[in-house]
Design a protein around this ligand. Structure first.
Ligand code: SIN
Length: 291
């Protein structure tokens, strides 16, 4: 059972934890206005403490979204080659990604258009993966399309010691075809990214360790026989995706979410293809190679 601590009142906003391990809603902030430096620092700390923060009821322009992204670091660029940008990208500001199933003349206007998506860490397949992702809801289906967030810290801390000892100090290969939502589906583009990182990552701000492999993008543990690698990885995924480590976000219009890709993974539930879903997404550049 999740024990949800009491509301903590801050000078400028309230932090309402959403589960024991991950997620908090920050109430009393209108991000159209620039918060003072002390408030930005307090938001940053709340984010480090809770891994995923929700700013409900926002009314943001694209410019606002880019400004808010800057409170957490440098705005990330899109990694897939421009020739693979979805159709609607010429209508949005550089640095913003449209996540949407809406189609014009049969072609999706945004990335990751349809259905359920496996757990993953954004850009784990890059040398310096994204530190954070922001996702802002513009149109949502009446049901489904929820985003699930799993705490990599909680998973690491409670992992079976026999598995943890086998994987401690090891590295894993990650591969991603841009646009794919299930491992091995044919929904991605021809462009991909590939990289090797530690199986357990030390967070560069908190110095805590987190599980840093995922079901969608991790291919194998390096220097390990294939069957042992997949047995160990599947055991880690099954553990890391347990309900008790997860916050499931049911979207409302105007929610802005910020998550930490260094210590959490996320997935998406299915939603009706007949209903529109449109999100604007930005990322914050990572500053270090994972260690
Ligand atoms: C993502 O993984 O970036 C998209 C998640 C979502 O569409 O909810």
């Amino acid at each position: 059972m999740n024990v949800v601590p009491k509301i903590k009142t801050n000078t400028k906003f309230d932090v309402v934890p959403l589960t024991k391990h991950i997620g908090a809603e920050l109430r009393g902030i209108d991000l159209r206005e620039k918060p003072d430096d002390e408030t930005v620092r307090a938001i940053y700390q709340a984010w480090l403490d809770h891994l995923v923060i929700v700013f409900p009821g926002q009314k943001l322009s694209q410019e606002d979204l880019i400004r808010v992204t800057g409170y957490f670091g440098e705005l990330g660029e899109l990694h897939r080659p421009p020739k693979f940008f979805p159709k609607g990208y010429d209508k949005i500001l550089p640095g913003i990604m449209m996540i949407s199933n809406i189609r014009e003349n049969g072609e999706p206007i945004g990335a990751l258009p349809d259905g359920e998506m496996m757990f993953h860490h954004d850009m784990i397949h890059a040398e310096v993966p994204s530190k954070a992702t922001l996702l802002y809801s513009v149109e949502i289906p009446s049901a489904g399309g929820n985003t699930l967030f799993a705490s990599g810290y909680a998973a690491y801390d409670t992992l079976d010691p026999a598995i943890r000892n086998k994987l401690e100090g090891r590295k894993a290969l990650h591969h991603y075809n841009y646009g794919s939502v299930q491992k091995g589906d044919n929904k991605g583009t021809e462009a991909f990214g590939e990289c090797v990182h530690p199986v357990f990552r030390t967070h560069d701000d908190t110095k805590k360790k987190a599980v840093y492999v995922n079901r969608l993008m991790t291919v194998k543990v390096i220097d390990t026989p294939e069957d042992e690698s997949s047995r160990l990885l599947n055991a880690v995924y099954d553990h890391a995706e347990k309900k008790e480590f997860i916050y499931e976000h049911v979207w409302r219009l105007g929610d802005l979410l910020l998550w930490d890709n260094r210590c959490s993974s996320h997935a998406r539930t299915d939603f009706p293809s007949t209903q529109r879903r449109l999100m604007l997404r930005t990322t914050v550049k990572g500053t270090v190679r994972p260690t």
